[in-house]
Design a protein around this ligand. Structure first.
Ligand code: ADP
Ligand code: MG
Length: 388
């Protein structure tokens, strides 16, 4: 789950990280008032969206007066923001954050992720800022790493060593160490999957602070953090994705025209791959889960066909906990109830597969069955092409 910059900054400040918080504004008028309240000569207006790359995409703008804060915010709030992380359609902007502008002398990168084989990994670079992805790709040696044992947290010597390697001066070490420890504590306390400060800056007048922050929560920990609900902003999430989550389906919309219904994330991913290999483009990732029930099958179909780009559907189910005959019955019921018109290819494998196939073939419906994944992919790609 993603949250906004202003929310991430608030969390990090609770853990002693020196962050520049700013004032949240829901309208141009509020942004104007925020500028006046800050009482600074120059501020930045920052689009609050669930995507990075805002600086390059025009979502972070310097303003020099309350009037300018108003007009710049009005523009930012008026249209979807497109960054390299959003796709060409962009994401809607409902809020901006107004912060004092600082004179940056140097930008650093600080981030923490969970590495399943190592534990928590704190990453840092003296080459932070909007080009960090390029640094990671072209000169990975410029990214420093410290592995953290969750039982003890980030030890002071680890943080100091890293801070010194980054080139911080003696008198800056305390604040940098405190920031790194704050990142670690927040990461553990909130069950995050990512905490990132980019950039962490030294200003020309020698102040050290975080001027951006990003946090992702691990959805698996949802049940023990009621606060996730308070921080959730669904206005940026695709409607079909919200609907899918309600039925415990994991759905991600993609750009192609072949709708997919698959059980198990691994099988779903290999299904995407094999569709691409057969020359097609998946319209979505949809994992209905290992123990999929009949009512989820119909909801899954509804979600798939709610995407107007879908031209053919592939159902790829491995019957383990889920029985193929029950799934087949679910498919038949769904097709009848919905009057599904899309070409449909079904591949069933596993428990009660023969019974499942029989239910499909004796249903009198136009359902194409496939043996094996390659066959299924070829059939569905051909069906989608035939519709064009
Ligand atoms: P994103 O990561 O989405 O591009 P950032 O908050 O990191 O957004 O802002 C992008 C860039 O804008 C930063 O790297 C920094 O150079 C500049 N910037 C952001 N906030 C400020 C600020 N308060 N004062 C001066 N420059 C800023
Ligand atoms: Mg940033």
């Amino acid at each position: 789950m993603k949250i906004h910059e202003y929310q991430a900054k608030k969390i990090l400040s609770e853990f002693g990280v020196a962050v520049q918080e700013g004032i949240v504004a829901n309208s141009a008028a509020e942004a104007e008032a925020a500028f006046t309240k800050l009482g600074v000569p120059t501020a930045v207006v920052k689009a609050q969206v669930h995507a990075g790359g805002r600086g390059k995409g025009g979502g972070v703008k310097l303003v020099k007066s309350a009037q300018e804060a108003n007009s710049v915010s009005a523009t930012i709030l008026s249209r979807p923001l497109v960054t390299h992380q959003t796709g060409p359609q962009g994401v809607p902007v409902h809020k901006v954050l107004v912060c004092a502008a600082v004179d940056i002398a140097k930008e650093y990168y600080l981030g923490m992720v969970l590495d399943r084989s190592l534990g928590l990994v704190l990453m840092a670079s003296a080459e932070g800022g909007v080009e960090i992805e390029e640094v990671a790709q072209k000169s990975p040696e410029k990214i420093l790493k410290e592995t953290v044992d969750v039982r003890y947290g980030l030890l002071p010597f680890q943080a100091r060593r890293m801070a010194m390697q980054l080139g911080f001066a003696e008198n800056e070490l305390d604040i940098v160490v405190k920031t790194m420890q704050g990142i670690t504590q927040a990461f553990i306390a909130y069950d995050c999957s990512l905490v990132e400060i980019n950039p962490f800056v030294r200003t020309k007048d020698g102040k050290i602070m975080a001027i951006d922050a990003k946090i992702l929560f691990d959805d698996n920990a949802d049940f023990r953090h009621p606060v996730y609900e308070e921080l959730r902003d669904n206005s940026e999430v695709n409607e079909a994705e919200i609907r899918a989550a309600k039925s415990k389906l994991s759905y991600i919309k993609l750009d192609g025209n072949i709708g997919c219904m698959v059980n198990g994330a691994g099988l779903a991913m290999s299904t995407m791959d094999i569709i691409k290999r057969a020359g097609g483009e998946p319209a979505n990732f949809l994992d209905v889960g290992g123990g999929v029930q009949q009512d989820q099958v119909i909801e899954a179909f509804r979600i798939i066909v709610s995407d107007p780009h879908v031209e053919a559907i592939l159902v790829n189910i491995f019957g383990g906990i889920a029985k193929c005959d029950l799934i087949a019955q679910g498919i038949v019921n769904a097709v009848k109830e919905m009057g599904l018109k899309h070409p449909l290819v079904v591949r069933l494998e596993g428990t009660n597969m023969e019974m499942g196939m029989k239910i499909l073939s004796s249903s009198g419906l136009k359902i194409d069955t496939a043996t094996g994944m390659a066959d299924a992919a070829q059939k569905v790609v051909a069906a989608a092409k035939a519709k064009k």
